[in-house]
Structure formats: structure tokens, C-alpha cells
Design a protein around this ligand. Structure first.
Ligand SMILES: [Zn+2]
Length: 56
């Protein structure tokens, strides 16, 4: 079985924020790190994300 994975990349610094396996709410994805990039610390809005969807 294969699941799509989504890579969330900070548009500001290009740092990888998170990688999730199942599609779920971006708010849920952001909650653990308070909606901030853990590389550059910028606040992130879901609409600002660049989402890379890849097929596993
Ligand atoms: Zn960043």
C-alpha cells in the first residue's frame, strides 16, 4: 500500500517544516510547533505554505 506524503516547506527560508503521511488539516500539522517555522521562526499561515505532494 502507498500513501501520499506531504512536505511542508517554509517559503521564507526553505526549511522543511514537517512531513506528514496522511492528508489532514494543516492546523493539526502546525499545532505542535505553534505555527512557526522551526528553522527561521517566522509565523506561518496555511495559505503561505508551499506543499509538495509526493506519492510514496
Ligand atoms: Zn523558515
Amino acid at each position: 500500500m502507498s500513501f501520499p506524503s506531504i512536505e511542508i516547506v517554509c517559503e521564507k527560508c526553505g526549511g522543511r517544516i514537517n512531513r506528514i503521511i496522511n492528508v489532514k488539516s494543516l492546523k493539526d500539522v502546525l499545532r505542535p510547533f505553534s505555527g512557526r517555522c522551526n528553522t527561521c521562526g517566522v509565523s506561518l499561515n496555511p495559505s503561505d505554505f508551499e506543499l509538495h505532494m509526493e506519492k510514496a
